[in-house]
Design a protein around this ligand. Sequence first.
Ligand SMILES: [Zn+2]
Length: 131
Amino acid sequence: MIKHSKNQPCPCDPSKQYEDCCEPFHQGHDNPNTAEQLMRSRYSAYVLQLNTYIKETWHSSNRPSLAHFTGQPIKWLGLTINKSWSNKLANEAFLEFTASYKINGKMQKMHEISRFILENNKWFYLEGKLS
Ligand SMILES: [Zn+2]
């Protein structure tokens, strides 16, 4: 877990302060209203290594047993949400995003289409397809 103060820029969007963006979700004071908010807060949780948050926002049907995130020297550099669409009847939403990171000093980009579902008024990450 990395310490991040309330008035620092949010990892998911440098134009916002952490306390006005993902912090209330990480602290459990509020739940994301949209799949995009959930996606952003999960990205920030990866940056800040908030293992519990990542686990809890993963839908139980597909949740891996992540013990920790140590061992991989990943430095996350930014998130861009390229596209989002939803299927309201099925309480499903999809997001296409690109996340940049550095590993062993090399810049990389991860491109994924993620699937989210709304269950009991809470959004969960279900699965992702790398492309
Ligand atoms: Zn944020």
